[in-house]
Design a protein around this ligand. Structure first.
Ligand code: EPZ
Length: 430
Protein backbone atom coordinates (compact mmCIF):
# COMPACT_ATOMS: atom_id res chain seq x y z
CA UNK A 1 0.00 0.00 0.00
CA UNK A 2 1.87 3.11 -1.14
CA UNK A 3 -0.47 5.80 0.14
CA UNK A 4 -0.41 8.22 3.04
CA UNK A 5 -3.56 8.67 5.15
CA UNK A 6 -3.94 12.14 6.68
CA UNK A 7 -6.67 13.21 9.10
CA UNK A 8 -6.50 16.99 8.92
CA UNK A 9 -7.78 20.12 10.61
CA UNK A 10 -5.32 20.77 13.43
CA UNK A 11 -2.46 23.30 13.72
CA UNK A 12 1.09 21.91 14.06
CA UNK A 13 3.01 21.84 17.35
CA UNK A 14 6.21 19.97 18.07
CA UNK A 15 9.90 19.54 17.31
CA UNK A 16 11.63 17.78 14.43
CA UNK A 17 15.27 17.16 13.47
CA UNK A 18 16.10 18.00 9.86
CA UNK A 19 17.67 15.13 7.87
CA UNK A 20 20.86 15.35 5.80
CA UNK A 21 20.63 17.06 2.42
CA UNK A 22 19.63 14.88 -0.55
CA UNK A 23 20.96 17.36 -3.09
CA UNK A 24 24.29 17.70 -1.28
CA UNK A 25 24.77 13.96 -0.65
CA UNK A 26 24.12 12.83 -4.24
CA UNK A 27 26.92 14.77 -6.02
CA UNK A 28 29.35 14.05 -3.17
CA UNK A 29 28.64 10.32 -3.47
CA UNK A 30 29.24 10.58 -7.23
CA UNK A 31 32.52 12.40 -6.46
CA UNK A 32 33.83 9.44 -4.42
CA UNK A 33 34.41 7.66 -7.77
CA UNK A 34 37.32 10.06 -8.34
CA UNK A 35 39.12 8.87 -5.20
CA UNK A 36 41.19 5.63 -5.14
CA UNK A 37 40.47 4.78 -1.55
CA UNK A 38 37.76 4.75 1.12
CA UNK A 39 35.61 7.82 1.85
CA UNK A 40 33.05 8.19 4.63
CA UNK A 41 30.11 10.48 3.92
CA UNK A 42 28.34 11.28 7.18
CA UNK A 43 24.75 12.42 7.85
CA UNK A 44 23.30 10.94 4.65
CA UNK A 45 19.50 10.63 4.52
CA UNK A 46 17.93 7.16 4.16
CA UNK A 47 15.95 8.02 1.01
CA UNK A 48 15.41 6.12 -2.23
CA UNK A 49 17.45 8.54 -4.37
CA UNK A 50 20.50 7.87 -2.16
CA UNK A 51 19.81 4.11 -2.39
CA UNK A 52 19.71 4.50 -6.19
CA UNK A 53 23.07 6.33 -6.18
CA UNK A 54 24.54 3.53 -4.02
CA UNK A 55 23.40 0.98 -6.61
CA UNK A 56 25.06 3.03 -9.37
CA UNK A 57 28.33 3.18 -7.39
CA UNK A 58 28.20 -0.59 -6.89
CA UNK A 59 27.50 -1.09 -10.62
CA UNK A 60 30.79 0.60 -11.54
CA UNK A 61 32.71 -1.45 -8.98
CA UNK A 62 32.66 0.48 -5.71
CA UNK A 63 32.13 -1.27 -2.38
CA UNK A 64 29.45 0.71 -0.56
CA UNK A 65 28.06 0.14 2.96
CA UNK A 66 25.72 2.00 5.27
CA UNK A 67 26.84 2.58 8.87
CA UNK A 68 23.88 4.33 10.57
CA UNK A 69 23.52 7.54 8.56
CA UNK A 70 27.09 7.29 7.25
CA UNK A 71 27.98 5.80 3.88
CA UNK A 72 31.38 4.14 3.44
CA UNK A 73 32.53 4.07 -0.21
CA UNK A 74 35.63 2.18 -1.37
CA UNK A 75 36.40 3.15 -4.99
CA UNK A 76 39.90 1.67 -5.09
CA UNK A 77 39.17 -0.20 -8.29
CA UNK A 78 36.39 0.34 -10.83
CA UNK A 79 35.28 -2.33 -13.27
CA UNK A 80 32.49 -0.80 -15.32
CA UNK A 81 31.64 2.49 -17.03
CA UNK A 82 28.19 1.66 -18.39
CA UNK A 83 25.33 2.82 -16.17
CA UNK A 84 22.24 0.59 -16.23
CA UNK A 85 19.09 2.07 -17.74
CA UNK A 86 16.78 1.39 -14.80
CA UNK A 87 18.90 3.43 -12.41
CA UNK A 88 19.64 6.27 -14.82
CA UNK A 89 16.11 6.80 -16.09
CA UNK A 90 14.78 6.43 -12.54
CA UNK A 91 16.93 9.18 -11.09
CA UNK A 92 18.01 12.23 -13.01
CA UNK A 93 20.94 13.00 -10.74
CA UNK A 94 22.66 9.90 -12.14
CA UNK A 95 23.80 12.28 -14.88
CA UNK A 96 26.43 13.50 -12.41
CA UNK A 97 28.20 10.20 -12.86
CA UNK A 98 29.26 11.45 -16.31
CA UNK A 99 31.75 13.98 -14.99
CA UNK A 100 33.03 11.62 -12.29
CA UNK A 101 33.49 8.62 -14.61
CA UNK A 102 35.10 10.76 -17.30
CA UNK A 103 37.45 12.09 -14.65
CA UNK A 104 38.34 8.63 -13.34
CA UNK A 105 37.87 6.15 -16.19
CA UNK A 106 37.87 8.52 -19.19
CA UNK A 107 34.80 6.70 -20.49
CA UNK A 108 31.08 6.52 -19.61
CA UNK A 109 27.87 5.39 -21.29
CA UNK A 110 24.38 5.97 -20.00
CA UNK A 111 20.81 6.32 -21.11
CA UNK A 112 19.35 9.82 -21.27
CA UNK A 113 18.14 10.57 -17.76
CA UNK A 114 14.86 11.72 -19.24
CA UNK A 115 12.46 14.32 -18.06
CA UNK A 116 9.93 14.11 -15.32
CA UNK A 117 6.59 15.67 -14.61
CA UNK A 118 8.09 19.02 -13.54
CA UNK A 119 9.89 19.59 -16.86
CA UNK A 120 11.73 18.06 -19.85
CA UNK A 121 15.09 18.49 -18.10
CA UNK A 122 17.49 18.14 -21.05
CA UNK A 123 21.26 17.77 -20.50
CA UNK A 124 22.50 19.92 -23.39
CA UNK A 125 24.32 22.34 -21.06
CA UNK A 126 26.17 19.39 -19.45
CA UNK A 127 27.18 18.01 -22.87
CA UNK A 128 28.35 21.35 -24.28
CA UNK A 129 30.57 21.96 -21.24
CA UNK A 130 32.13 18.47 -21.22
CA UNK A 131 32.80 18.66 -24.99
CA UNK A 132 34.55 21.95 -24.32
CA UNK A 133 36.91 20.03 -22.02
CA UNK A 134 37.74 17.54 -24.77
CA UNK A 135 35.15 14.82 -24.18
CA UNK A 136 33.94 13.09 -27.37
CA UNK A 137 30.22 12.58 -26.85
CA UNK A 138 28.32 10.27 -29.18
CA UNK A 139 24.56 10.70 -29.01
CA UNK A 140 22.56 7.55 -29.71
CA UNK A 141 18.85 6.96 -29.94
CA UNK A 142 18.22 6.63 -26.23
CA UNK A 143 21.53 7.35 -24.65
CA UNK A 144 25.09 8.55 -25.08
CA UNK A 145 28.67 7.45 -24.80
CA UNK A 146 31.35 9.88 -23.69
CA UNK A 147 35.09 9.36 -23.85
CA UNK A 148 38.23 11.44 -23.41
CA UNK A 149 41.89 10.53 -23.70
CA UNK A 150 42.48 13.26 -21.19
CA UNK A 151 40.17 16.05 -20.09
CA UNK A 152 41.64 19.52 -20.50
CA UNK A 153 40.84 22.51 -18.33
CA UNK A 154 39.41 25.47 -20.28
CA UNK A 155 37.24 28.57 -19.92
CA UNK A 156 33.53 27.63 -19.91
CA UNK A 157 30.51 29.91 -19.62
CA UNK A 158 27.17 28.18 -18.90
CA UNK A 159 24.22 29.69 -20.76
CA UNK A 160 22.16 29.02 -17.62
CA UNK A 161 23.48 28.40 -14.06
CA UNK A 162 22.40 24.75 -14.12
CA UNK A 163 23.06 23.01 -10.78
CA UNK A 164 23.72 19.62 -12.36
CA UNK A 165 25.84 20.97 -15.19
CA UNK A 166 27.95 22.94 -12.68
CA UNK A 167 28.46 19.76 -10.65
CA UNK A 168 29.41 17.74 -13.73
CA UNK A 169 32.02 20.30 -14.80
CA UNK A 170 33.50 20.42 -11.30
CA UNK A 171 33.76 16.61 -11.19
CA UNK A 172 35.45 16.53 -14.61
CA UNK A 173 37.75 19.48 -13.91
CA UNK A 174 39.33 18.56 -10.55
CA UNK A 175 41.63 15.94 -12.14
CA UNK A 176 41.76 17.44 -15.66
CA UNK A 177 44.99 18.80 -17.20
CA UNK A 178 45.20 22.54 -16.61
CA UNK A 179 42.84 25.17 -15.28
CA UNK A 180 39.08 25.39 -15.81
CA UNK A 181 37.39 28.77 -15.39
CA UNK A 182 33.67 28.16 -15.03
CA UNK A 183 31.54 31.29 -15.47
CA UNK A 184 27.82 31.77 -14.78
CA UNK A 185 27.92 28.62 -12.64
CA UNK A 186 25.26 27.70 -10.10
CA UNK A 187 26.03 28.75 -6.52
CA UNK A 188 23.47 26.72 -4.63
CA UNK A 189 24.64 25.50 -1.17
CA UNK A 190 24.97 22.02 -2.62
CA UNK A 191 27.65 23.30 -5.01
CA UNK A 192 29.51 24.80 -2.02
CA UNK A 193 29.33 21.42 -0.22
CA UNK A 194 30.65 19.54 -3.24
CA UNK A 195 33.56 22.00 -3.57
CA UNK A 196 34.36 21.75 0.14
CA UNK A 197 34.35 17.93 -0.05
CA UNK A 198 36.72 18.01 -3.05
CA UNK A 199 38.95 20.67 -1.45
CA UNK A 200 39.25 18.41 1.61
CA UNK A 201 40.36 15.66 -0.81
CA UNK A 202 43.09 17.97 -2.12
CA UNK A 203 41.33 19.62 -5.08
CA UNK A 204 42.37 23.18 -5.99
CA UNK A 205 39.14 25.20 -6.28
CA UNK A 206 38.69 28.95 -5.75
CA UNK A 207 35.67 31.25 -6.02
CA UNK A 208 33.48 28.86 -4.01
CA UNK A 209 30.01 30.39 -3.53
CA UNK A 210 30.42 32.80 -6.45
CA UNK A 211 29.32 32.70 -10.11
CA UNK A 212 32.93 32.02 -11.20
CA UNK A 213 34.81 28.89 -10.12
CA UNK A 214 38.49 28.44 -10.93
CA UNK A 215 39.59 24.79 -10.79
CA UNK A 216 43.23 23.75 -11.23
CA UNK A 217 43.36 20.06 -12.12
CA UNK A 218 45.56 17.78 -9.99
CA UNK A 219 46.63 14.15 -10.47
CA UNK A 220 45.23 12.39 -7.44
CA UNK A 221 42.60 13.09 -4.79
CA UNK A 222 42.84 11.65 -1.28
CA UNK A 223 40.22 9.74 0.73
CA UNK A 224 37.97 12.00 2.83
CA UNK A 225 35.61 11.87 5.80
CA UNK A 226 32.91 14.51 5.22
CA UNK A 227 29.66 15.46 6.95
CA UNK A 228 26.75 16.52 4.74
CA UNK A 229 24.79 19.56 5.92
CA UNK A 230 21.06 19.37 6.73
CA UNK A 231 18.51 19.60 3.95
CA UNK A 232 17.35 23.19 3.39
CA UNK A 233 14.39 22.05 1.29
CA UNK A 234 13.12 19.62 3.93
CA UNK A 235 13.55 22.38 6.55
CA UNK A 236 11.68 24.79 4.28
CA UNK A 237 8.93 22.22 3.76
CA UNK A 238 8.23 22.01 7.50
CA UNK A 239 8.66 25.77 8.04
CA UNK A 240 6.05 26.55 5.37
CA UNK A 241 3.85 23.73 6.72
CA UNK A 242 3.56 25.54 10.05
CA UNK A 243 2.77 28.73 8.13
CA UNK A 244 -0.03 26.92 6.29
CA UNK A 245 -1.52 24.94 9.18
CA UNK A 246 -0.74 27.47 11.89
CA UNK A 247 0.89 26.64 15.25
CA UNK A 248 4.47 26.56 16.53
CA UNK A 249 7.39 24.27 15.73
CA UNK A 250 11.06 23.95 16.63
CA UNK A 251 13.21 22.65 13.76
CA UNK A 252 16.68 21.44 14.84
CA UNK A 253 19.91 21.06 12.81
CA UNK A 254 18.61 23.63 10.31
CA UNK A 255 21.12 25.13 7.79
CA UNK A 256 19.75 28.60 8.55
CA UNK A 257 22.60 30.27 6.66
CA UNK A 258 21.08 28.89 3.44
CA UNK A 259 17.45 29.85 4.19
CA UNK A 260 17.41 33.65 4.22
CA UNK A 261 14.89 34.03 1.37
CA UNK A 262 12.55 31.35 2.72
CA UNK A 263 12.58 32.85 6.22
CA UNK A 264 11.94 36.34 4.84
CA UNK A 265 9.02 35.00 2.78
CA UNK A 266 7.50 33.38 5.89
CA UNK A 267 7.85 36.67 7.76
CA UNK A 268 6.12 38.53 4.91
CA UNK A 269 3.25 36.02 5.30
CA UNK A 270 2.90 36.85 9.01
CA UNK A 271 5.18 34.23 10.51
CA UNK A 272 7.38 34.82 13.57
CA UNK A 273 10.80 33.27 12.88
CA UNK A 274 13.34 32.93 15.68
CA UNK A 275 16.86 31.58 15.09
CA UNK A 276 19.34 30.37 17.72
CA UNK A 277 22.32 28.73 16.05
CA UNK A 278 20.86 25.84 14.01
CA UNK A 279 17.58 25.88 15.94
CA UNK A 280 14.76 27.54 14.03
CA UNK A 281 11.44 28.28 15.75
CA UNK A 282 8.49 29.18 13.53
CA UNK A 283 5.21 30.51 14.95
CA UNK A 284 2.08 31.44 13.00
CA UNK A 285 -0.91 32.30 15.11
CA UNK A 286 -2.44 35.34 13.46
CA UNK A 287 -3.74 35.80 9.90
CA UNK A 288 -1.78 34.23 7.07
CA UNK A 289 -0.94 37.03 4.67
CA UNK A 290 -0.94 36.59 0.85
CA UNK A 291 2.06 37.38 -1.38
CA UNK A 292 1.22 39.99 -4.07
CA UNK A 293 4.08 38.62 -6.18
CA UNK A 294 6.77 35.98 -5.70
CA UNK A 295 9.01 34.36 -8.28
CA UNK A 296 11.13 31.28 -7.90
CA UNK A 297 14.77 31.89 -8.75
CA UNK A 298 18.19 30.26 -8.69
CA UNK A 299 19.93 30.53 -5.32
CA UNK A 300 19.82 32.73 -3.29
CA UNK A 301 16.26 33.45 -4.52
CA UNK A 302 13.16 31.55 -3.46
CA UNK A 303 13.79 27.87 -4.32
CA UNK A 304 11.62 26.20 -6.96
CA UNK A 305 11.61 23.08 -4.76
CA UNK A 306 9.41 24.90 -2.21
CA UNK A 307 6.95 26.31 -4.74
CA UNK A 308 4.45 23.46 -4.34
CA UNK A 309 4.17 23.72 -0.55
CA UNK A 310 3.94 27.50 -0.89
CA UNK A 311 0.85 27.06 -3.10
CA UNK A 312 -0.84 25.20 -0.23
CA UNK A 313 -0.11 28.01 2.23
CA UNK A 314 -1.22 30.71 -0.22
CA UNK A 315 -4.53 28.88 -0.79
CA UNK A 316 -5.27 29.53 2.90
CA UNK A 317 -3.91 33.10 3.02
CA UNK A 318 -6.17 36.11 3.54
CA UNK A 319 -6.22 37.37 -0.05
CA UNK A 320 -4.91 36.80 -3.57
CA UNK A 321 -1.31 35.87 -4.48
CA UNK A 322 0.70 35.59 -7.69
CA UNK A 323 3.61 33.16 -8.12
CA UNK A 324 5.93 33.00 -11.15
CA UNK A 325 7.94 29.78 -11.74
CA UNK A 326 11.17 30.59 -13.57
CA UNK A 327 13.10 27.29 -13.34
CA UNK A 328 10.92 24.40 -14.58
CA UNK A 329 8.27 24.53 -17.28
CA UNK A 330 5.66 22.30 -15.66
CA UNK A 331 6.05 22.68 -11.92
CA UNK A 332 2.52 24.02 -11.36
CA UNK A 333 1.06 20.67 -12.41
CA UNK A 334 0.20 19.64 -8.86
CA UNK A 335 -2.14 22.65 -8.60
CA UNK A 336 -4.73 20.49 -10.39
CA UNK A 337 -4.83 18.11 -7.41
CA UNK A 338 -4.88 21.01 -4.96
CA UNK A 339 -7.88 22.47 -6.79
CA UNK A 340 -9.68 19.12 -6.41
CA UNK A 341 -9.29 19.65 -2.63
CA UNK A 342 -10.76 23.16 -2.75
CA UNK A 343 -7.90 25.47 -3.72
CA UNK A 344 -8.62 28.03 -6.43
CA UNK A 345 -5.40 28.26 -8.44
CA UNK A 346 -5.39 29.50 -12.04
CA UNK A 347 -2.26 28.61 -13.99
CA UNK A 348 -1.35 30.60 -17.09
CA UNK A 349 2.03 29.57 -18.53
CA UNK A 350 4.67 30.21 -15.88
CA UNK A 351 2.30 32.22 -13.65
CA UNK A 352 -0.13 30.95 -11.02
CA UNK A 353 -2.86 33.13 -9.54
CA UNK A 354 -3.88 31.81 -6.11
CA UNK A 355 -7.16 33.00 -4.57
CA UNK A 356 -6.92 32.69 -0.79
CA UNK A 357 -9.37 32.11 2.08
CA UNK A 358 -10.12 28.65 0.76
CA UNK A 359 -11.35 25.70 2.80
CA UNK A 360 -9.60 22.48 1.82
CA UNK A 361 -11.62 19.26 1.94
CA UNK A 362 -9.91 15.89 2.32
CA UNK A 363 -10.09 13.41 -0.56
CA UNK A 364 -7.97 10.89 -2.46
CA UNK A 365 -5.25 12.62 -4.50
CA UNK A 366 -2.32 11.46 -6.63
CA UNK A 367 1.29 12.61 -6.22
CA UNK A 368 3.27 12.84 -9.48
CA UNK A 369 6.59 14.19 -8.17
CA UNK A 370 8.60 14.47 -4.97
CA UNK A 371 7.82 17.99 -3.80
CA UNK A 372 4.25 17.88 -5.12
CA UNK A 373 3.68 14.79 -2.99
CA UNK A 374 4.96 16.59 0.11
CA UNK A 375 2.66 19.51 -0.70
CA UNK A 376 -0.40 17.25 -1.04
CA UNK A 377 0.42 15.69 2.34
CA UNK A 378 0.50 19.21 3.81
CA UNK A 379 -2.81 19.99 2.09
CA UNK A 380 -4.28 16.96 3.85
CA UNK A 381 -3.03 18.29 7.20
CA UNK A 382 -4.75 21.61 6.50
CA UNK A 383 -7.94 20.03 5.12
CA UNK A 384 -11.12 19.02 6.87
CA UNK A 385 -11.56 15.25 7.03
CA UNK A 386 -9.44 12.49 5.52
CA UNK A 387 -6.98 12.70 2.65
CA UNK A 388 -5.23 9.81 0.93
CA UNK A 389 -2.05 10.79 -0.94
CA UNK A 390 -1.23 8.05 -3.46
CA UNK A 391 2.20 7.30 -4.96
CA UNK A 392 4.20 7.57 -1.73
CA UNK A 393 7.20 6.29 -3.70
CA UNK A 394 7.74 9.82 -5.05
CA UNK A 395 7.87 11.29 -1.53
CA UNK A 396 10.35 8.76 -0.16
CA UNK A 397 12.79 9.83 -2.88
CA UNK A 398 13.59 12.91 -0.80
CA UNK A 399 12.01 12.62 2.67
CA UNK A 400 13.36 9.94 5.07
CA UNK A 401 9.95 9.58 6.77
CA UNK A 402 7.54 12.45 6.17
CA UNK A 403 4.83 10.70 8.24
CA UNK A 404 7.17 10.39 11.23
CA UNK A 405 8.21 14.03 10.93
CA UNK A 406 4.68 15.38 10.57
CA UNK A 407 3.57 13.20 13.53
CA UNK A 408 6.39 14.78 15.59
CA UNK A 409 4.74 18.08 14.68
CA UNK A 410 1.42 16.82 16.00
CA UNK A 411 -0.30 15.83 12.74
CA UNK A 412 -2.37 12.66 12.28
CA UNK A 413 -0.42 11.20 9.32
CA UNK A 414 0.50 7.60 8.61
CA UNK A 415 1.29 5.21 5.81
CA UNK A 416 -1.63 2.97 4.87
CA UNK A 417 0.57 -0.08 5.58
CA UNK A 418 1.21 1.33 9.11
CA UNK A 419 -2.53 1.59 9.55
CA UNK A 420 -3.08 -2.04 8.59
CA UNK A 421 -0.29 -3.04 11.03
CA UNK A 422 -1.96 -1.01 13.81
CA UNK A 423 -5.35 -2.46 12.96
CA UNK A 424 -4.04 -6.03 13.03
CA UNK A 425 -2.28 -5.39 16.37
CA UNK A 426 -5.57 -4.04 17.79
CA UNK A 427 -7.37 -7.19 16.61
CA UNK A 428 -4.73 -9.36 18.30
CA UNK A 429 -5.15 -7.57 21.65
CA UNK A 430 -8.98 -7.62 21.50
C1 EPZ B 1 18.80 20.29 -9.22
O1 EPZ B 1 18.27 19.69 -10.38
C2 EPZ B 1 18.05 19.67 -8.05
N1 EPZ B 1 18.28 18.22 -8.03
C3 EPZ B 1 16.56 19.95 -8.20
O2 EPZ B 1 15.91 19.42 -7.04
C4 EPZ B 1 16.35 21.45 -8.23
O3 EPZ B 1 14.97 21.73 -8.43
C5 EPZ B 1 17.17 22.07 -9.37
O4 EPZ B 1 18.56 21.71 -9.22
C6 EPZ B 1 17.07 23.58 -9.40
O5 EPZ B 1 17.52 24.11 -8.19
C7 EPZ B 1 19.43 17.75 -7.48
O6 EPZ B 1 20.28 18.51 -7.03
C8 EPZ B 1 19.58 16.26 -7.44
P1 EPZ B 1 19.17 22.41 -13.19
P2 EPZ B 1 19.01 19.91 -11.81
O7 EPZ B 1 20.13 21.70 -14.07
O8 EPZ B 1 20.48 19.92 -11.63
C9 EPZ B 1 17.27 23.39 -17.46
C10 EPZ B 1 14.32 18.13 -5.88
O9 EPZ B 1 13.09 18.22 -5.73
N2 EPZ B 1 18.44 22.69 -18.02
O10 EPZ B 1 19.61 23.58 -12.41
O11 EPZ B 1 18.45 18.94 -12.77
C11 EPZ B 1 16.32 22.41 -16.79
O12 EPZ B 1 15.45 21.85 -17.74
C12 EPZ B 1 14.94 18.36 -7.24
O13 EPZ B 1 15.12 17.86 -4.95
C13 EPZ B 1 18.63 22.67 -19.41
O14 EPZ B 1 17.84 23.23 -20.17
O15 EPZ B 1 18.51 21.38 -12.17
C14 EPZ B 1 15.59 23.29 -15.79
O16 EPZ B 1 14.53 23.95 -16.47
C15 EPZ B 1 13.91 18.68 -8.30
N3 EPZ B 1 19.69 22.00 -19.91
C16 EPZ B 1 16.66 24.32 -15.39
O17 EPZ B 1 17.68 24.25 -16.38
C17 EPZ B 1 20.60 21.36 -19.10
O18 EPZ B 1 21.56 20.77 -19.62
C18 EPZ B 1 17.28 24.04 -14.03
O19 EPZ B 1 17.88 22.77 -14.09
C19 EPZ B 1 20.39 21.39 -17.70
C20 EPZ B 1 19.32 22.07 -17.18
Amino acid sequence: MNAIHVHGGKPLHGEVKIQGSKNAALPILAATILIKGTCIIKNCPHISDVECMIKLLRCVGCTVLWDGNDIVVDAISLRENRLPREYVTGMRSSVMMMGALLGRSKEVSLDYPGGCIIGERPIDIHIEALECMGARIERKENGLTAGAQSLKGCPIKLRFPSVGATENVILAAVTAQGVTILDNCAKEPEIISLCRFLQKAGAKISGIGSRRLIIEGIKELNPVIYTVEADRIVAGTYLLSVMAAGGKACLTHVPVEYMECVMQTAQLMGGDIQVDGNLLTVIREGKLKPLPYLKTEVYPGFPTDLQSVLLVALSLADGESLVKETIFNNRFRMAQELNRMGSDITVCGQDANIRGNRTLIGRSVVAEDLRGGAALTLAGICAQGDTFVNNYQYIERGYEDICRDFRLLGADVRRRCEETEIASKKEETE
